[in-house]
Design a protein around this ligand. Sequence first.
Ligand SMILES: [Fe+2]
Ligand SMILES: [Fe+2]
Length: 342
Amino acid sequence: MPIILPMDTHAMDLPEPRTGELEAAPDAHSAGRQQRFDRKMEDDRKIEPQDWMPDAYRKTLVRQISQHAHSEIIGMQPEGNWISRAPSLKRKAILLAKVQDEGGHGLYLYSAAETLGVSRDALLDALHSGKAKYSSIFNYPTPTWSDVGVIGWLVDGAAIMNQVPICRCSYGPYARAMIRICKEESFHQRQGFESLMTQMRGTAAQREMVQDAVNRWYWPVLAMFGPPDADSPNSAQGMRWGIKRISNDDLRQKFVDATVPQAKILGVNLPDADLKWNEQRQHYDYGAIDWDDFWAVVNGQGPCNKERLATRVKAHADGQWVRDAALAHARKQQARQLKEAA
Ligand SMILES: [Fe+2]
Ligand SMILES: [Fe+2]
């Protein structure tokens, strides 16, 4: 069924101005729209797809929601890789459910992005051509079973920190999608922690395998929250628009504070010599993040960037027959309905 997008703010949907109105009227009109938008921001009310919104707000949301959607579906790969090798039926069932959830998160988010007037095809093209970004964390490899547990514990744990505030985002469809996503993310975090706990109660070799995975993931996960606030010029605008609610550094601090006690319970060391409780700040201090490494991975030089993208492009091409079949079926249904109506 064709999806009808509410796009009243797009130039193509605006009535042609009559001669004489060209100068004065559009200005007064747009000032009124801007004021209504600003008032909604001040009152912390939601913007819905049919509401007018500034172009920059729309573009920022399309970029953020689509990057988020791309991250969800690319994020299926590092763990999907272990479905056929999970150590027990129970672990396999849990992992299957988790990876399917991530696919579902991608679908809600593409749908939320579509309400802003972009097509899913255009968003996927941008991903497949390498133009669009996704979270750099998924460009790291998963060589052992412990990586799967650590992704659940730390990567999904970081995702929750980042995503809970987005449930209060000013754009309604994004905020509502995040509520369900966050519920599922907390299951992801718990299953990862529980799997690691089981491994830590096992043999010395298992404990070593968990520690090795923690050593490899810890720093990239801290970088997941994005550049320090001082180097993140877009953040302030995102805050004013109610898209971003908590700054990168504050989220990172919350994550470190929550992770230290969990690491103690697990019995693993977090690989940071500078990590210590600061009585005055009432927070943990932590060491310096290697931002050069982060940017190298963002810009395509991570260990798995090429592999992840190639796998995604191939999956899309392999699924072409499904899309063709669905469209053919929809056309047939439509033709039948028209015939019945005639
Ligand atoms: Fe997810
Ligand atoms: Fe998740």
